[in-house]
Write a new protein. Structure first.
Length: 323
């Protein structure tokens, strides 16, 4: 069995050599190659049975004549689901389940930052300005309504954390008939989104990107929200019509937005979002934590042993649904 590991981008989002050594030590039955460039992946993937990746291009997949399994180092698999991959017998698994607590803490943190107007405090600190301007608009989360869109591993943890802070939590999910977590007051189907948006003070997007969720939040949906409401997106940038969001934020249709993901990443330096005072931007870091690669490789090693033994894999992705 040959495995190729090829995750390379910015330093924090690159498979460390030490983790490759962990894989080799844990899987003595496998040949483990480490590709650190696109050309290197193209060379190594030709006779690989399995791969640890975040994306693959058509030429690389065409060269992978023995490939039977791809594991995503992230929860998202958008960079892997080429039409050719979808049509193939290649199994795709992902690293879902390791991001829940981290992303929940991030979502709650940025929500607190916006309702307490901490971005303005940072700007005033930089200007050495002691000011009470806007103090009357500072709010608390306790007693307010959070709507979580997507109630998977991440959304459920966001809801749990919000409930622990005394918020009232509702959710929208694809299957509202599924068991409801104790910390969620009500669960609604996707077709009820327009009915529940007007009730929410904080809307957190935690849904996967699918054909149904693309541009889920646009001018119409933003117009249904309270003018005091805040949008938090830790899911996928393409869930939101970014042009519409800018227009509605400028118009004051909603009070603010905390965005960790964007339609195109990195966010273009010319984007108007950078300069809006009611927007808090983070560079797609909500799911990251200091032991991130330990958690990813733990799942991968478990699945590699299952793969070698012919056992069912965990975290198998439905390639048609995209998650």
């Amino acid at each position: 069995m040959k495995i190729v590991g090829a995750v390379f981008s910015v330093p924090s989002w690159t498979l460390p050599a030490g983790q490759v050594a962990r894989i080799r030590a844990a899987l003595p039955f496998a040949e483990v190659a480490h590709a650190t460039t696109a050309d290197g992946l193209l060379r190594e993937i030709g006779d690989a049975d399995a791969a640890l990746l975040t994306r693959i291009d058509p030429a690389q997949f065409a060269a992978a004549t023995r490939l039977r399994w791809i594991h995503s180092a992230a929860a998202g698999v958008g960079g892997l689901l080429l039409p050719e991959v979808r049509r193939s017998d290649v199994i795709v698994t992902n690293s879902r389940g390791i991001h829940g607590v981290t992303m929940a803490e991030h979502a709650i943190g940025v929500a607190i930052a916006l309702v307490r107007d901490l971005p303005a405090a940072v700007r005033r600190q930089a200007a050495h300005e002691w000011a009470y301007v806007g103090i009357s608009s500072i709010k608390t989360l306790r007693g307010r309504r959070m709507l979580v869109v997507g109630l998977g591993a991440v959304g459920s943890e966001v809801a749990r954390a919000a409930s622990a802070l005394g918020m009232r939590v509702s959710a929208v999910r694809r299957h509202p008939e599924a068991p409801r977590p104790d910390w969620v007051e009500s669960v609604h189907g996707a077709d009820e989104l327009a009915e529940v948006l007007p009730q929410a003070d904080i809307v957190v997007l935690a849904a996967p990107l699918t054909a149904e969720t693309r541009a889920l939040i646009g001018s119409r949906e933003l117009g249904l929200m309270k003018p005091t409401a805040i949008l938090v997106n830790v899911a996928r940038g393409k869930l939101v019509d970014e042009t519409a969001l800018v227009e509605e934020l400028v118009a004051g249709t909603i009070a603010g937005a905390a965005l960790d993901v964007f339609e195109h990443e990195p966010l273009d330096r010319s984007s108007r979002l950078w300069d809006l005072p009611n927007v808090l931007i983070t560079p797609h870091t909500s799911g990251y934590r200091e032991d991130y690669w330990d958690a990813v490789v733990d799942i991968f090693i478990d699945n590699a042993r299952r793969f070698e033994a012919g056992q069912p894999l965990i975290n198998v992705v439905d390639k048609e649904r995209g998650y």
